[in-house]
Ligand binder design. Structure first.
Ligand SMILES: *Cc1c(COP(=O)(O)O)cnc(C)c1O
Length: 400
């Protein structure tokens, strides 16, 4: 059977695990930093490196990273992947791998805070121009493209208001302008969406979230064509040293075995919470891609096979009511981060994001506020029993 004919659950459990030593069925952790070599086989230049040939030195690549990269590439339906030390390292690998002084990038005006801050602060320091737009309307991407645009970066669903961008439309526009499209697919995971099927060139994940899934491993990954990834590997892996360590790679690869199962459970929990909250008298708005009320539900249906585990909620009592809920939840944990087996909830303030990550001008901010108000209660629905999660929110809302 070819990899192409296999389904995600089979790929997640098997790919990359064929040739472990000693006949072991479960993969081992290989801690060696250097590998035996033969005359003429090893070279010091990153340009000579091919991860499918022998391993040389673990900053360049090692068996546990390779196993993980092959699994991700198979799940995303692309040729190759680069595992990195964190999601931010994956993002930096794309930005600094592709963009040069004098280049221009179009970046979603709603994105993970670290990505927003890098694109507002670090890229301009390097002489790279960035235009931030609401990418959920492809016309905004089109209007922002310039002759020197090299990259369009979108996040779908976008943190924290689950805004959806039409990947196919974004890819067509980027390619028409001679730019690449990168997609932060952390919230979707390859189980919900395979961005390459819609034309994306680079797919990145914070593996710290759903892929690791248990809240105990930091990691990131970029997936794409073999040629594109080998360029990023030379810069980010070999030069910047963003390589993922063997234990972390092993744990992330192990966690991938259950990703398809976990995503089913995350979605069931999120849907139960979304439906309960949408009908609650103290709730103003529920934003969940799987609800018909989501502003881009039609696009979500086209590109998501699973609507994911994240939802954002605004309450009629505003921030004080959200604070009361966060004080009262018992099963759901008040903590940042997301994508864990345990449910987490956190208040994301619009003002704070505006100061640091978004820095949106007038109309863009007004449009955002119309959806998110002064801030949202972001819930990462875990894999606990959906009824228990609903009961927990019900008792917490009773205290508002
Ligand atoms: C967490 C996150 C990141 C950053 O990943 P780290 O692993 O924390 O470095 C990037 N994008 C999104 C959407 C995230 O949720």
């Amino acid at each position: 059977m070819s990899e192409k004919s296999k389904n995600p659950s089979t790929l997640a459990t098997h790919v990359g695990e064929e040739d472990d030593h000693h006949g072991s069925v479960a993969p081992s952790i290989v801690m060696s930093t250097t590998y035996r070599t033969r005359p003429g086989e090893a070279a010091f230049s990153a340009h000579e490196y091919d991860p499918d040939r022998a391993f040389l030195y673990s900053r360049w690549g090692h068996p546990n990273a390779r196993m993980l990269e092959r699994k991700i590439a198979a799940l995303e339906g692309v040729e190759d992947a680069l595992a990195t030390a964190s999601g931010m390292a994956a993002m930096t690998a794309i930005f600094l791998g592709l963009l040069r002084q004098g280049d221009h990038a179009v970046v979603s005006n709603v994105s993970y805070a670290g990505v927003g801050e890098i694109s507002h602060e670090v890229l301009p320091d390097l002489g790279i121009d960035v235009t931030h737009v609401d990418t959920s309307d492809p016309a905004n991407i089109e209007a922002a493209l310039r002759d020197n645009t090299k990259l369009v970066h979108i996040e779908t669903p976008a943190n924290p208001i689950l805004r959806i961008t039409d990947i196919k439309a974004a890819a067509k526009l980027a390619h028409g302008a001679g730019a690449k499209l990168s997609v932060d697919s952390t919230f979707a995971t390859p189980i919900a969406t395979r961005p390459a099927d819609f034309g994306a060139d680079f797919i990145m994940h914070s593996m710290t979230k759903y892929i690791g899934g248990h809240g105990d491993v930091l990691g990131g990954v970029v997936a794409g064509s073999k040629a594109d990834i080998s360029k990023l590997r030379a810069r980010a892996g070999v030069y910047f040293g963003a390589t993922l360590a063997p234990q972390a790679a092993w744990l992330a690869a192990r966690s991938l075995h259950t990703l398809p199962l976990r995503m089913g459970a995350h979605e069931a929990s999120a849907r139960a919470l979304a439906e309960f909250l949408a009908g609650h008298a103290k709730v103003e708005r529920v934003i969940y891609p799987g609800l018909a009320s989501h502003p881009q539900h039609a696009v979500a249906k086209k590109q998501m096979r699973n609507f994911g585990g994240m939802l954002a909620v605004t309450l009629k009592g505003g921030e004080p009511a959200i604070a009361r809920v966060l004080d009262s939840i018992e099963v759901i944990t008040h903590a940042i981060s997301l994508g864990k087996t345990k449910s987490l909830a956190f208040f994301v303030s619009t003002d704070e994001l505006q100061q640091h990550a978004f820095q949106m001008p007038g109309q863009q901010l007004a449009d955002y506020r119309a959806i998110a108000g002064d801030g949202v209660l972001r819930i990462s629905a875990g894999i606990e029993d959906p009824g228990d999660l609903v009961a927990d929110m019900e008792q917490a809302l009773d205290k508002v």
